[in-house]
Design a protein around this ligand. Sequence first.
Ligand SMILES: NC(=O)c1ccc[n+]([C@@H]2O[C@H](COP(=O)([O-])OP(=O)(O)OC[C@H]3O[C@@H](n4cnc5c(N)ncnc54)[C@H](O)[C@@H]3O)[C@@H](O)[C@H]2O)c1
Ligand SMILES: O=c1ccn([C@@H]2O[C@H](COP(=O)(O)OP(=O)(O)O[C@H]3O[C@H](CO)[C@H](O)[C@H](O)[C@H]3O)[C@@H](O)[C@H]2O)c(=O)[nH]1
Length: 322
Amino acid sequence: MNLLVTGGAGYIGGTVSTILMQAGHRVTVLDNLCHSKRAELPVGAEFVEADIADRPRVEALLRELKPDGVLHFAALIEAGESMQKPEIYFRNNTASTLALLEAMHATGTNRLVFSSTAAVYGEPKSTPIEETAALAPTNAYGESKLMVEQMLGWFHRVHGLRYASLRYFNVAGALPGRGEAHEPETHIIPLILDVALGRRASINIYGDDYPTPDGTCIRDYIHVRDLADAHILAIKALGERERMILNLGNGSGFSVKEVIASARRVTGHAIPAEIKPRRDGDPARLVAGSEKAKTELGWQPEYPELDRILESAWEWHKQRYA
Ligand SMILES: NC(=O)c1ccc[n+]([C@@H]2O[C@H](COP(=O)([O-])OP(=O)(O)OC[C@H]3O[C@@H](n4cnc5c(N)ncnc54)[C@H](O)[C@@H]3O)[C@@H](O)[C@H]2O)c1
Ligand SMILES: O=c1ccn([C@@H]2O[C@H](COP(=O)(O)OP(=O)(O)O[C@H]3O[C@H](CO)[C@H](O)[C@H](O)[C@H]3O)[C@@H](O)[C@H]2O)c(=O)[nH]1
């Protein structure tokens, strides 16, 4: 396939692009490099430096490339920041995606895989969370993505857009040459690994008074490699299927303290931790019901164990910073 990948210079988009190219697909990355570097572009991809909001540019690119589909990863991703500056999330994630959808419609590009998030559910009433659960984001980031999902529903209904909205839970892990290094980094696993490498003195635990067994937040971690497989299956499935909304997680939750314990096992480092106040907008527990992706896509995660996910991240982290 010939694919346009927005946000393809970033952690997940870059990893998925790499795996797509390994599988023989042609990838063009569109990224404005607001949260990534040219040097981190996936090797072998064509690159266009542009903002998804630049509709004339995106439209011209779509006319030239005539892609079989678009994988849309470009977004701002920090739930914490979105509770301080919600406006930049609605501008960059929601309004800019509308410009992309308009450009796709104008050029007859009608297959899209969208990076949605577990944050659309907010604080779930029960776990595992099924796709039919109530949608009530507790942070503006989640709301900015939910609004995109709603637009996609209307573009499907009115314009016949075929789309897969993939609600990722917490993505982690690395390929041998490509891993997670956000700038700034806010995600728990790379921050913990920074401590193990001596790049930070300790890890902050944001809240130990949540209604969970050890008081710290529970998340469902999914290996970026497994996530990439689901994208390839989804874009292919859109040849036959018109619309899919699927969770991508492993169905097991780990608390912040359990993630730190796993990192201690994997790295052999003591990893000192300090309890800090809660981070605004964090739900206590997010664990995916992921049966739908398995039955609808035939997806089967190959690296569900937390220690294996941490090991791959650790190998890459050492290589990059040690
Ligand atoms: N990391 C996770 O655990 C997680 C979980 C759920 C969903 N997601 C979603 O996955 C996607 C990728 O996340 P990531 O961790 O790779 O983030 P990332 O910050 O590494 O990558 C995002 C990329 O998008 C680019 N970008 C942002 N706004 C842009 C715009 N307007 N025009 C063009 N490029 C733009 C950035 O420069 C960056 O390269 C995001 O949509 C995010 O919301 C991530
Ligand atoms: O230094 C830190 C960083 C995080 N945490 C905690 O660790 C957990 C995971 O936090 P992350 O920042 O790693 O990830 P989030 O769960 O906040 O969010 C991630 O997963 C979500 C989906 O579940 C979103 O889609 C989002 O884009 C992505 O950043 C949270 O309870 C957070 O409070 C800490 O205790 N200390």
